[in-house]
Write a protein that binds this ligand. Structure first.
Ligand SMILES: Cc1cc2nc3c(=O)[nH]c(=O)nc-3n(C[C@H](O)[C@H](O)[C@H](O)COP(=O)(O)O)c2cc1C
Length: 196
């Protein structure tokens, strides 16, 4: 038996990266759970930022941002960046998080986050009190220690990304592999297979 819960912004689980905006003159960072991949070609990220966020004003000024994926043991650092504003606090001084110049864009990535995406803003859509920003991913970076045996791809087990659970307001980590994607479904039938 299902219970109707009404309109909701909850989807389980959510990523919870640190998003950096700004240039050498001024940089800020915030936690963003309302974020995901918007397209594969060109590779694009979509995120919803409330229009009051200080980091949003820096992203609008430069047209750039980076998505920095923290490991599960960085929950306290992420939470701090999600409960304080760069208007009154230097979050980098307070947390010790280190900014490193991005490779393609004039903003920065966070050294302590093992996976990073450089994004150039391509669209902005107003949704109520939120700005939905779409950014084309122009470069990615991964710490060598989280790469798989091919040294070309991220091993998500090694990355051990922090995830966020809305509603219960908890940070969690991922569990074990349960099946191979684009494969396990074949046991049900192989007719009309599509390509990913
Ligand atoms: C777990 C978590 C997830 C968050 N996700 C978002 C989000 O998706 N969009 C948003 O606008 N704010 C989000 N926030 C709130 C901002 O991170 C927070 O308001 C931050 O202090 C803004 O910093 P700034 O003013 O320096 O930009 C989140 C906060 C937490 C703790």
């Amino acid at each position: 038996m299902k219970k109707r819960l009404g309109p909701s912004d909850r989807l389980y689980p959510m990523p919870c990266p640190l998003v950096v905006g700004g240039t050498a003159k001024e940089t800020d960072v915030l936690a963003v759970a309302w974020i995901g991949i918007a397209a594969g070609t060109p590779p694009s990220v979509a995120m919803a930022l409330r229009d009051t966020r200080h980091t949003l004003s820096l992203i609008r000024a430069s047209g750039e941002f980076t998505v920095n994926v923290p490991s599960a043991d960085m929950a306290d650092l992420v939470d701090f960046c999600g409960i304080t504003s760069g208007r009154s606090t230097d979050k980098f001084a307070a947390t010790g998080l280190t900014l490193v110049p991005a490779a393609v864009l004039s903003t920065s990535i966070i050294a302590e986050c093992p996976y990073n995406m450089e994004c150039r803003v391509t669209h902005e859509i107003e949704i109520g009190h939120y700005a939905l920003l779409v950014g084309e991913v122009v470069e990615t970076h991964a710490e060598e220690s989280v790469l798989d045996a091919t040294c070309e791809k991220v091993d998500v087990g090694l990355l051990d990304p922090l995830v966020y659970i809305a509603g219960s307001r908890e940070y969690r980590k991922l569990g074990p592999v349960v099946a191979e994607a684009f494969s396990v479904g074949r046991v049900i039938g192989e007719q009309d297979l599509t390509t990913p």
